[in-house]
Design a protein around this ligand. Structure first.
Ligand SMILES: NC(=O)c1ccc[n+]([C@@H]2O[C@H](COP(=O)([O-])OP(=O)(O)OC[C@H]3O[C@@H](n4cnc5c(N)ncnc54)[C@H](O)[C@@H]3O)[C@@H](O)[C@H]2O)c1
Length: 357
C-alpha cells in the first residue's frame, strides 16, 4: 500500500457509528480531549483510568457516560495512557501499555479496534498485535495535541495513521476518518507512524536546544539575544525559537529519548545527545542567573565580584574552563545555598562587621 491522504469533509456521522461503544483508556490530557471531542459528536464514550481523580473529572464534565468496570463489549479501545516512567519523566516506559493489552486480550470484543494514540517506540504496535493474537485490530494514530491551540491543533487535525495489517488500517480509517472526521495521512508500514511522532518531537527538541545554546552564548558575551534573534529571523527560511525555561514536561524529553535509543546501535554520536546536554546546561544557566537577582534578606550584601580580585576570578575561569559570568553566578549560588541552609551562622560569622557598623 502506498501513502495517501484522506482529507475530511464535514460529513454527518454514519447511523451505524452512533451504536458503537468507545472505551477511552487513560483520561489525562489526551484521553480527556478525545472523550470530549467524541462525546460532542454524539458517540457513546466510556472511560477507564488507574487514577480515580481522572475518572471523576471526566464523569463530572459529562464527557464519558460510565467508568468501565470491564473491558468487554466495546467496539473501539482508544489507548491514551502515559508512556513515560513516573520516576524519571524523560525515560520511555511501556509496561502499562502491555498490561492494558493483556487485559484487552482477555476481555476485549473480537474484531474490535485497538487504537493507540499514546506515543510509543518503534515495534510496539506489532507487539500489541501479537499479544492480542490479532483477534482485535491494532492501529497507531499518534496524537499531535497542543493545549494552547486546541481548535486548530487538538484532536481534529491532520494525523498520521498506520495499521498492523491491511484489515487494521481499514477499521482505523473507518473510525478516525469516517466517524471522527479527522483528516488522515495514511502510512505503511506502521513503524512510520510510530517514528513520525518520536522524530517530530526530537526535531523540536533540537530547535529549542539550539535557541538555548545561542542564549547562553549571548548572555556570556554581552550580546542581546532578543535583538540577534529578531535580526536573524528576518530571513525567509530561518526561525530561531525563543529560549524560555528549558525543555520541560514529559513529551519532548521522553520522545527524543525514544529516538536516541534507536540511534544507539546505528551512529556513534547523535546531535540529540548534545542537545540534551545543552538543555541541561541551559537550565543551570537560567537557574544561576535567577539566583543572582532574588532579593533575600542578605542578598544585597552578596557582591562576590567586588570582594574577589580580578586574578581570583581569572584563575577560577581557567581552572574550570568557564566564563566570568559563570564564575560569578556559581559564587552567588554557593553563597545563597549557605544562607538558605544556615542563616544564623551567616549572620554571626560572615557579616559581623556590618552588624557593628
Ligand atoms: N499532552 C500532550 O500534549 C501530548 C501530545 C501528543 C502526544 N501525547 C502522548 O499521549 C500520551 C498521554 O499523554 P497525556 O499528556 O494525556 O498524559 P497524562 O499524564 O496527562 O495522562 C495519562 C493518564 O494515563 C493514566 N494511566 C497511566 N497508566 C495507566 C494504565 N496502566 N491504565 C490506565 N490509565 C493509566 C494516568 O493516570 C493519567 O490519567 C503520552 O504517550 C504522551 O506522550 C501527549
Amino acid at each position: 500500500m502506498g501513502e495517501f491522504i484522506i482529507m475530511n469533509i464535514d460529513q454527518p456521522i454514519p447511523i451505524s457509528g452512533k451504536d458503537k461503544k468507545i472505551l477511552i483508556i487513560g483520561l489525562g490530557q489526551i484521553g480527556f480531549s478525545n472523550a470530549e471531542y467524541m462525546s460532542s459528536l454524539g458517540l457513546k464514550v466510556d472511560g477507564y483510568d488507574i487514577n480515580d481523580k481522572a475518572v471523576k473529572r471526566a464523569l463530572d464534565a459529562k464527557i464519558i457516560q460510565n467508568k468501565a468496570t470491564s473491558f468487554s463489549d466495546y467496539d473501539y479501545y482508544i489507548i491514551c495512557i502515559s508512556t513515560h516512567n513516573p520516576e524519571k519523566m524523560y525515560m520511555p516506559f511501556l509496561d502499562g501499555l502491555f498490561q492494558i493489552a493483556h487485559r484487552i486480550k482477555n476481555e476485549g470484543k473480537t474484531n474490535a479496534l485497538v487504537g493507540i494514540d499514546s506515543t510509543i517506540t518503534r515495534g510496539t504496535s506489532n507487539k500489541i498485535l501479537k499479544i492480542l493474537e490479532h483477534r482485535l485490530h491494532v492501529s497507531h494514530v499518534p496524537h499531535r495535541f497542543y493545549i494552547n491551540e486546541q481548535i486548530e491543533h487538538g484532536v481534529k487535525q491532520t494525523r498520521v495513521l498506520g495499521g498492523c495489517e491491511s484489515c487494521c488500517v481499514k477499521e482505523a480509517v473507518h473510525f478516525y476518518n469516517e466517524l471522527l472526521n479527522i483528516p488522515l495521512h495514511i502510512v505503511t508500514p506502521i513503524d512510520i507512524a510510530e517514528l513520525t511522532k518520536v522524530v517530530e518531537n526530537s526535531y523540536r527538541f533540537m530547535e529549542i536546544a539550539f535557541a538555548e545554546e545561542l542564549k547562553i552564548v549571548c548572555d556570556n558575551s554581552n550580546v542581546d539575544f532578543k535583538e540577534l534573534r529578531q535580526a536573524i529571523n528576518t530571513k525567509w527560511n530561518i526561525e530561531i525559537l525563543d529560549a524560555k525555561e528549558g525543555i520541560g514536561g514529559h513529551c519532548l524529553p521522553k520522545d527524543s529519548q525514544m529516538f536516541l535509543d534507536l540511534t544507539k546501535n546505528i551512529l556513534p554520536h547523535s546531535l540529540l545527545e548534545t542537545a540534551k546536554i545543552i538543555d541541561s546546561r541551559y537550565r543551570r544557566h537560567i537557574d544561576l542567573l535567577q539566583n543572582t537577582t532574588v532579593s533575600e534578606p542578605y542578598e544585597n550584601n552578596l557582591v562576590p565580584d567586588q570582594s574577589l580580585t580580578a586574578e581570583t576570578i581569572s584563575s577560577l575561569k581557567n581552572e574550570f574552563n568557564v566564563t566570568e559570568t559563570d564564575v560569578k553566578a556559581y559564587l552567588y549560588s554557593i553563597i545563597k545555598k549557605i544562607i538558605d541552609e544556615d542563616p544564623e551562622l551567616v549572620k554571626n560569622t560572615v557579616y559581623p562587621k556590618q552588624d557593628s557598623r
